[in-house]
Design a protein around this ligand. Structure first.
Ligand SMILES: [Zn+2]
Length: 410
């Protein structure tokens, strides 16, 4: 086969949108033929597109290094532009170092930028996927992890002795590391986007309130916080879960501290802040406790969410003639009443939906302190009566106590 015949074959395949003939491709991939190849191609009307296509095919099917070299040459002749040569950029880390150096500085720079664009590494890759699929993204605050192809690419460039390109690669890596540090710092909390399961649970809660004549309302701000929950601050060894702490710190650990006997929802998993009327869910506490219970993390989060929304409902939901609970009195309301209400609401929802939600609530409840188990005495109270008692409590001129509630529901 002559070079001209090979080009004819390739041009036909290009026109018909079929695969390139391997024999023809092998022939034109050979550097000895390139003078002739250019002579033949220059006379064709579609020389530019055909050359791009031939280069791509050589890269993919014959040799990345030869395809790259041919492309460089075609670029120098003004036959192709860098943007035409997209496919090789994915594989540029596999080039031989001496081939990398064949490219003029301008092209090398373009290739570096392009590789970072296409292989953004984590967490950028996950963010991009999440945006593309319109879904929610759970990006752990891990900092920047370059893509493997970027790491290999850096090694290849280093081996080539191309210090200028190496400096640019390092600069781009540093830039991303710094950006992620800032992001990690600011992402110590982020707003919760409700899953469809959580939306159903919210609807169940509202339906209880509506039975009592209360109106549904826009949800308060709900944050997922990556800060340490209060109980981990009080018992730092808890989170280590048996792992030995590095002992070279200058402050000795209190060996008498022991472990807490119970861990309340509010100390470990989440809380409702009445002043700001917002909910915080402690991601680290939820993760840790879910593992300890052997339960699904998302399901435990859903239980905690419903519990905290229970507090919010007690404080803020209104009906005709019944205003929100005045903040100062709400805050002075006794803890056992607060938790009785929130747990009872969660139990109502669990009874209605059953399954893993109900089981997770039951397991969580077993580990709660006394104030969180008071509700168990009120299982027979129908939701309607609970909400009518809430109306009564809200009108009390003193901070409500458990006995005030009890007097209305028994
Ligand atoms: Zn609570």
């Amino acid at each position: 086969m002559t070079v001209r015949e090979a080009v004819d074959k390739l041009e036909e395949a290009f026109r018909k949108l079929i695969g390139a003939d391997t024999e023809a491709l092998k022939l034109v991939a050979n550097e000895c033929c390139w003078e002739e190849l250019f002579d033949v191609l220059r006379k064709r009307s579609n020389a530019s597109n055909l050359m791009r296509w031939i280069c791509e095919n050589i890269c993919e099917k014959i040799s990345l290094n030869n395809g790259w070299s041919l492309f460089i040459r075609a670029w120098r002749e003004g036959l192709v532009q860098f943007k035409d040569f997209s496919s090789v950029v994915y594989d540029v880390h596999r080039l031989r170092p001496e081939r990398w150096l064949e490219a003029p500085a301008e092209l090398r720079k373009d290739a570096i930028y392009e590789l970072f664009e296409r292989r953004p590494g984590e967490p950028f890759e996950s963010i991009r996927h999440a945006h593309a699929s319109g879904g929610q993204v759970l990006v752990p605050p891990i900092g920047y992890i370059p893509d493997v192809s970027v790491r290999r690419f850096r090694e290849m460039v280093q081996a080539s002795g191309d210090t200028e390109s190496l400096a640019l690669i390092d600069e781009l890596i540093q830039e991303r590391k710094a950006a992620c540090l800032v992001a990690v710092h600011h992402s110590s909390s982020r707003p919760l986007v409700l899953t469809s399961a959580e939306r159903e649970l919210v609807a169940r809660l509202f339906s209880l309130a509506r039975q009592g004549g209360f109106r549904s309302a826009p949800l308060p701000p709900i944050h997922l916080s990556y800060e340490l929950p209060p109980i981990f601050l009080a018992y730092p060894e808890l989170e280590e879960d048996g792992q030995e702490r590095e002992e070279d710190t200058p402050i000795p650990r209190d060996r008498q501290r022991g472990r807490p006997e119970t861990m309340s929802i509010e100390e470990l998993l989440g809380c409702y802040q009445a002043d700001a009327s917002q909910i915080t869910l402690w991601v680290r506490g939820i993760r840790w406790f879910a593992r300890r219970l052997g339960k699904d993390e998302e399901m435990l989060r859903a239980v905690v969410l419903v519990h905290e929304l229970g507090h919010w409902i007690m404080h803020r939901l209104t009906k005709a003639g019944v205003e929100e609970w005045p903040l100062s009195l709400y805050k002075l309301t006794h803890e056992d009443l607060h938790e009785c209400w929130a747990q009872l609401q969660t139990w109502y929802v669990g009874r209605a939906v059953g399954g893993a939600f109900q089981a997770t609530f039951a397991d969580l409840n077993k580990h709660q302190p006394a104030a969180y188990r008071v509700w168990e005495r009120f299982q027979s109270v129908p939701p309607v009566r609970a909400f009518s008692a809430l109306e009564f409590l809200r009108r009390l001129p003193w901070p409500a106590r458990l006995q005030d509630w009890e007097s209305r529901v028994q």
